[in-house]
Design a binder for this molecule. Sequence first.
Ligand SMILES: O=C(O)C(=O)[C@H](O)CO
Ligand SMILES: [Mg+2]
Length: 293
Amino acid sequence: MPAGYDDCLTARAALRLAANVSLLFADRPLLQRVAAAAAAGFTAVECQFPYEAPAAAWAAELRRHGVRLVLHNLPAGDWAAGERGIACHPDRVAEFRAGIARALDYATTLAVPQLNVIAGVVPPGVARGVALATLVDNLRVAAEACAAAGIGLRLEPINSLDIPGFLVDTVDVALEVLRRVDHPALQLQFDVYHVARMGGDPVALWRRHHAVVGHVQWADAPGRHEPLTGAIDFAALADAMCETGWTGWIGAEYLPADAASGGTERGLGWIERLGLHRAADPGRAGAGEGCKR
Ligand SMILES: O=C(O)C(=O)[C@H](O)CO
Ligand SMILES: [Mg+2]
C-alpha cells in the first residue's frame, strides 16, 4: 500500500536542520547568534566564515548552548571588499593553501565534520580553462588535507545572477570539477536556492545526483527568503530526500523576509509547516522510508 500524507510527515521528521548563523539571527553579533539559535530550538548551526572570533570562543559558546557547528567555509578572500572566493585564482594559490590550514584549525578544534570551498569569480584576463585547472589543483590539495583530518570537503555551485562571472555556477560545472579532482573526500554542496536561480529543477537534480551530495542548504527562490515564500516545492524536495535516504544536514541559509529585530524567530514557522523539526535528533524514526505522495 503506498504511503500517505501522514507517512510523508513521519519520514520528513528525521531530516536534520542546521541554522545558518551568517544569515539568520543577524541582528546580533556573530557569536551571540549561537545562543539565539539554541533559544529558537536548534541544536546545530553552520556559519559561512567563523574567523572573526577565535576558535576557543566558538568552542565555549557551542558547549554552553549544547549546539554543534556542522559546516563552515574555507577563507575566501576579502569578502567585505566584494571578493567571492579565491580558489580559482592562479595568483592567489599560496593564500588559498594557507587558508586550508586555518580552516582545519577551526574545524578540528570545533569538531566540524565538513568544510566548503567557494570557487570564486574568474579573474579578469584569466582564461576560464586556467581558472578551472587552478581550482582542480587547489581542491586536490584541500581534499587530501581534509581527508587526513577525517573531515569532508564540499564544493558549492553559486548562481551567477547574484555573483556575475562565478566559475562554478551550476551543478553540471561542479560535477565536472568533482570528476577531475576525483577524491572521495570531495562532494557536492547542494544549495537549493542557487540551483533554482540557475533554472535547475531542484527535485529532479536531487534525484539524479544525491549520491554525490555531502551537504544541503536551502532558501526559497527567487527572493532567497524562508522556504514556502517562493516557487520551490519544498514538500516534494523533502520527500525526495527521505526517499533517497538522505541523512546529512540541511542548512537553513536564507535572508529572513522580515529582517527587523525578531525577524528570524517570527519566520521559522515553515519548519513545522513542512513537518520538520528544529532540533536535530537522529533518533527520530523515518529517514530513508519510502514516501509516495
Ligand atoms: O552563498 C552561499 O550560498 C554560501 O553558502 C556561501 O557560504 C557563500 O556565502
Ligand atoms: Mg549556500
